[in-house]
Design a binder for this molecule. Structure first.
Ligand SMILES: *Cc1c(COP(=O)(O)O)cnc(C)c1O
Length: 225
C-alpha cells in the first residue's frame, strides 16, 4: 500500500464504524492536501490555529465542515464564529461567554464541546472533571442561547501504556455519563465524546468515542508540533 492521503483515508475508514465521525486533522498541512481528501469524499476537517484555519476556509469549498480543536484565545473567537461547525476545545467560562457573544452577533447557534484534562501532562488544556461540574453548576445554560454544549473532548497522555490510555478515556466517559444523568438529563444534544488520535483512535472507539481526530495517520508527519 502506498502512503498517499487517499490510501491512508481509505484504510482508516475501514476501521471506523459509521456511528463514529472521522475528523481529519489537517493542521500544518497545505490546502492542497485537504483538497486531496475532499476529492474522495472527506468533508470534516480539524484545525488548531485560528489564522491557519481562516486562511484555508477562504480558499477551500464552502461545504467543508470545519472543527476547531486547538487552544482558543478569547480575542480570536470572532474570526471563526461566522463559519465554524464545532469547537472541541472550550476550557473556560470566559471562552464560553465569548463564543456565545460572537455567535449572537453572527446570528448563529454554535455547537461546542467542553475540553476535559485527563492526561498526566500538565501542558494539556482543559477543565478537571470537578471544575467542569462546578462551572456548569454556577451558570444557567439558558443564558447561553447561542451555544449548544454537545459533549466532551479529551486527549490522553502520550504513552505506550494502553492501560493508562484506557483509564484516562474512562475518566472522560464516566464524567459524560454523570453529566448526562444530571445537568444534561433533558438535553438530547449532549451526546458526543471526542477522543482518540492517530495512535489511540482504535482504543478510543472501543471505549465509546463518537468522534476521532486523526491527523498524521492521514496526512503524514507534520514538520512541527
Ligand atoms: C494534532 C491534534 C490531533 C491529531 O493528532 P495526530 O496524532 O496527528 O492524529 C488531534 N487532536 C488534537 C487536539 C490535536 O491538536
Amino acid at each position: 500500500m502506498d502512503n498517499s492521503i487517499e490510501s491512508n483515508l481509505f484504510e482508516i475508514r475501514k476501521t471506523i464504524p459509521n456511528s463514529v465521525k472521522l475528523v481529519a486533522v489537517s493542521k500544518f498541512h497545505p490546502a492542497a492536501s485537504i483538497t486531496e481528501a475532499y476529492n474522495i469524499g472527506q468533508r470534516v476537517f480539524g484545525e488548531s490555529k485560528v489564522q491557519e484555519l481562516t486562511a484555508k476556509q477562504e480558499v477551500l469549498p464552502k461545504d467543508i465542515e470545519w472543527h476547531f480543536i486547538g487552544h482558543l484565545q478569547s480575542n480570536k473567537v470572532k474570526f471563526i464564529t461566522p463559519f465554524i461547525s464545532l469547537i472541541h476545545s472550550v476550557d473556560s467560562l470566559k471562552l464560553l461567554e465569548e463564543i456565545n457573544k460572537c455567535a449572537k452577533k453572527d446570528n448563529r447557534i454554535i455547537d461546542v464541546l467542553l475540553q476535559i484534562h485527563i492526561a498526566k501532562e500538565q501542558t494539556k488544556f482543559g477543565f478537571s472533571p470537578k471544575e467542569c461540574i462546578r462551572t456548569l453548576n454556577s451558570i444557567s445554560l439558558s443564558d447561553f442561547s447561542n451555544i449548544r454544549i454537545v459533549g466532551l473532548m479529551g486527549m490522553a497522555t502520550f504513552t505506550d501504556d494502553e492501560n493508562e490510555i484506557r483509564r484516562e478515556f474512562k475518566t472522560l466517559t464516566s464524567l459524560f455519563n454523570e453529566l448526562k444523568g444530571t445537568i444534561f438529563s433533558t438535553s438530547a444534544d449532549f451526546k458526543e465524546l471526542s477522543f482518540g488520535m492517530s495512535d489511540d483512535y482504535l482504543i478510543a472507539i472501543e471505549e465509546g468515542s463518537t468522534m476521532v481526530r486523526v491527523g498524521s495517520k492521514i496526512f503524514g508527519e507534520r514538520n512541527y508540533q
